[in-house]
Design a binder for this molecule. Sequence first.
Ligand code: 5AD
Ligand code: SF4
Length: 362
Amino acid sequence: MDDLNQLNLSESIIERWLRETDPLELDHLWEAADKTRRKFVGNEVHLRGLIEISNYCIRNCDYCGLRASNKKVERYRLSKDEILGAVEEAVNLGYGTIVMQAGEDPGIRVDWLADIIESIKEISNVAITLSLGERDESEWRQWYTAGADRYLLRFETSDKELYERIHPSGNNPRPHRLEQLKTLKQIGYETGSGVMVGIPGQSFQSLAHDISLFRELDLDMIGIGPFIPCPGTPLAENPIAYALAGGSDQVRNDDLSTLKALALTRLVRPDANIPSTTALGTINPDKGRELGLKRGANIVMPNFTPMPYRKMYAIYPDKASLSESADHIETGESLLRQQIKTMGRTVGTGQGSRPGFIRKQE
Ligand code: 5AD
Ligand code: SF4
């Protein structure tokens, strides 16, 4: 228990905590994470308005429902007007950040999106986060210059063999994701990454290494969710083969494992912005979101994708946000605000950047 007070949690201590199952012991972990969250980022829960702007994807990640070879997905790309409409909705509700997310879609042309970024900044001084996968550095630079503030790119796992097993590379010529994260930082983005917990073949040791990498990379934002099997994808159809390839030290893809990883992440990156993810809310619809916020998280990302498209953004089944019906955005919104208040927390105002972060002067 005392080992949680160390400033630099070693990888072996992280691994030991990931293996811990005694609820009384785990209470110490939850308490340490919550206390650290309060001390470094306070009681505000910042809301980020998520807009899934396209579900086209040229990649074939073995776990994801949007993989290119999944022909059952009906593909869409939002128009500029649809995107600006969703932005206005979030801005009217007082949101300080919008997140534009998509599969890896070369149909998102660099100039097209730069123009949209500029138009959003004319509507409001919201922070703009992009989550659009791997792109050329020049494109990332152009979007930063247009006004984008943050970029999310999960490295998914730092275990090289596991990464290669679940990511058919095709002819992807790009550098390693960790290199790409450094590039994003150099450009000036607040940079986010993250992993899935319980990927078949993921060992405790490799997850512990992922968490210590969050500290090494000095990430500003860290998203952690459980792996959720998505029917029709190789990882859901044949999980045992993947698990066997990884050895016998398999991390479970349940809410407890995810919450342990989340709490430890708060301890190693005390002032990072850490969401209570939709995936966590999906595997535990009653309590997932709340438990995330009580055990280290300080961010929630409600969905503002226009309703007809929302069900098409099916990276995994039964995504929690599908139940937030468009007609009921305001009901969902007030429930969320109520939940935050009941927990003794407040809804954040302003952009909610990492404390002390200053955007580069152009
Ligand atoms: N289960 C959980 N998370 C998934 N993602 C993609 N597919 C799944 C899945 N089946 C996550 C990946 C990706 C993010 C956009 O969604 O971590 O980076
Ligand atoms: Fe495409 Fe992202 Fe899904 Fe991989 S995880 S297939 S890059 S949408």
